[in-house]
Write a protein that binds this ligand. Sequence first.
Ligand SMILES: [Zn+2]
Length: 173
Amino acid sequence: MPRQRLSEAELKRRRAERWQRWASKNREHLRDRARRRYAENLERERERRRTYMRTYRQRNARTVLESNRRYRAANRDKIRRLNRERRRRAGTGYRKHLPELYAAQNGICTECGCRLPPLRLKDDRLNPAIHVDHIVPVVLGGSNEPQNLQALHGPCNSSKRSAAPRQGVIWAG
Ligand SMILES: [Zn+2]
């Protein structure tokens, strides 16, 4: 008796069923393999995800903007905390640029235009009265590079909300 020919769809269904049975018996094995592969290709996986998210954001710009706005409104405290943590992580490492900022500004505060106190204290420490300020804030994506930094009087840094946009030193490069 000739074997009954199975339809393409039926074959597919049976293959899927066999796979399901095997997979349910080998869950651990599959999970381990997936983890191993993910770890082995971490960079590639991350890049894939980044690309996917980028494309998604581009295609759904308006939705993403709107949903970000809603999220921020509903999570003010959380966002404030995250920003604080981000600033803390950014740390004070950027203060190491103070000497070159001081030199580039000729010892002048970029906020008030007056002379800054001496760069160093007697014990050679950098003068804590001089603040290093981010021109574009870290929370807005500003960098810790000298191009984004300026030296200010402490009080000028605290009160700087001048009407005119602040201007940092123009860096030759
Ligand atoms: Zn000042």
